[in-house]
Design a protein around this ligand. Structure first.
Ligand code: BG6
Length: 503
């Protein structure tokens, strides 16, 4: 039984129920599976089903292709109970409803509690579940999934972990990071550790620098209120991007067990050199905020004009950070990570730049443009691209770059699961590989915390404006050593537009 707290919220209708529907259609769910939505709004089971299934705008397209019997078979697995005006209250009625459903459907006391609520409610909900005996694993297993943001800074993340650990063992806690559910993020592990051609060069001897870009075309939309307290560093960097980074940086695990993989990820995160002093932070980080512009003839709002945003806000919608990893493999290799909203295209990719050959036989070539690159495209147009030098036909030895590419879409595989589908299924099967462990989250915060503190308190920190629809503040290229600059990708893996929609 999946018990969703905060079930009347956006996430349930937008992500969780569509993921469950796909799992149901793919026959991945056990026959006796049921969902119980829990929230503060009064609603009947029937109205909940209407809201998140029959009348849901997120399922309109999908349900159009299904027959009535299938839709009602799925919808009838959904139930709802209203918790009252507060989440911190007696859960006796809730516990009765759970027991009732448990007996009716034979769910064998196997419960997942999904907390799609603000983090301040994690501990009270865990405590109240515990008081009703709903966290004990004597009969059936009990798991708790918590959404991001996991904390606001290191201290609050630690407090959340401590709060949850009072009532649940770490092995029962599943901290979701939907980037880990993405097929291409998991493929980083396979690319690295199931081939013998990449790993020998995956180190400081051959790699010059590593770039990670995450760009979104959308601004903050209706989430101004949340975003004002978060900013790009908390919203994307601390969680999703450091998780992606940990897979790039980690040492080979001894096997594919969840704990072995997570042990290596923690080591990777702990190896990031923490920037302690103001000077280092100012030199190696950059924050930006999008300002109004015109894209394709359409006026686009600046961040300060968005709903719920302070008109004088300095919250960053763009963040770029340069840092080093202090270990044997990565010593002295710079890592550059940037994330931004209102950029020219939606893309996430990792670019591994290899060093130019140690001895240059073909003189007077533009070495910077000729470096070998391995590009791991996480989204969209998922795939891998290798750039390498080839001879230009004709006299002499002129070198140009050729592309060797692989696209996931060519695999013609069965349905590729959406991140939430995969993660929900893993939680049901007790597989924690793609969930963040307490020490991972804390290690990530340890690195991010001093930057956030400095950005909040150092008077010299600027928030640079960038026109919506561009690749961030112009000076973000200065962060990168020499004259490499960022790779500004287009929609397609092989596009290298460098373009900019500034009007
Ligand atoms: C969320 C952030 O975690 O990830 C959002 O809160 C962001 O601000 C989103 O838009 C991006 O996810 P994806 O899967 O669309 O890249």
């Amino acid at each position: 039984m999946l018990i969703i707290f905060g079930a009347s919220g956006d996430l349930t209708a937008r992500k969780l129920v569509p993921a469950l529907l796909n799992l149901f259609k793919g026959k991945h769910l056990p026959e006796n599976f049921v969902v119980l939505g829990v929230s503060r709004s009064p609603m009947s089971d029937e109205n909940f089903r209407k809201k998140v299934v029959m009348e849901s705008e997120f399922l309109k397209k999908k349900l159009g292709k299904e027959d009535e019997a299938f839709i009602s078979e799925f919808a009838n697995k959904l139930f709802y109970t209203d918790i009252g005006t507060e989440y911190d209250t007696s859960y006796t009625l809730l516990a009765n409803r759970i027991q009732h459903l448990n007996e009716e459907f034979g769910t064998a006391n196997n419960f997942i509690f999904y907390l799609s609520t603000p983090p301040s409610l994690y501990e009270p909900i865990a405590k109240n579940l515990h008081e009703e005996g709903l966290t004990k694993e004597q009969k059936g297993w009990k798991r708790i999934i918590v959404e991001k943001p996991f904390g606001y800074d290191l201290a609050s993340a630690k407090a959340l972990n401590e709060g949850l650990h009072k009532y649940f063992q770490e092995s029962q806690v599943y901290r979701i990071d939907h980037y880990l559910g993405k097929e291409t993020v998991q493929n980083v592990l396979v690319t690295r550790f199931s081939n013998s051609i990449f790993e020998p060069v995956w180190n400081r001897r051959y790699i010059h620098h590593v770039e990670i870009t995450n760009a979104e075309t959308v601004g903050v939309e209706k989430r101004g209120g949340y975003y004002e307290k978060s900013g790009a560093l908390r919203d994307m960097f601390q969680s999703h991007l450091l998780q992606v980074l940990s897979l790039i940086v980690m040492e080979p695990p001894i096997n594919s067990d969840a704990e072995e993989i997570r042990n290596e990820k923690v080591k990777a995160l702990k190896s990031i050199r923490i920037m302690k002093d103001e000077e280092t932070i100012l030199k190696n980080t950059l924050r930006g905020q999008y300002v109004a512009s015109t894209i394709d003839g359409k006026k686009v709002k600046g961040y300060r004009e968005e709903e719920g945003v302070n008109p004088e806000s300095t919250t960053e919608t763009f963040a770029a950070v340069k840092f080093f990893i202090d270990n044997w493999r990565w010593s002295d290799v710079p890592f550059y990570v940037r994330t931004g909203k209102a950029m020219p295209t939606k893309v996430t990719e990792v670019v591994i730049h290899f060093k130019t050959p140690h001895h240059d036989i073909f003189k007077s070539q533009d070495a910077y443009k000729k470096d070998n690159k391995l590009i791991i495209r996480i989204q969209p147009d998922e795939g891998i691209l290798i750039k390498f030098g080839v001879k230009v036909p004709g006299l002499g030895f002129h070198v140009e770059q050729a592309n060797m590419d692989f696209y996931y879409s060519d695999l013609d595989a069965a349905h590729v699961m959406d991140a939430y589908e995969r993660l929900l299924l893993d939680a049901m099967q007790g597989d924690t590989t793609l969930y963040a462990r307490a020490d991972e989250v804390e290690a990530a915060w340890k690195f991010v915390d001093p930057i956030l503190k400095c950005w909040e308190n150092c008077p010299q920190v600027n928030t640079y404006g960038y026109s919506a629809g561009t690749w961030g503040p112009r000076n973000s290229d200065d962060l990168i050593d020499d004259s490499f600059g960022w790779r500004n990708p287009g929609d397609l893996l092989t596009d290298e537009s460098g373009f900019c929609l500034l009007c």
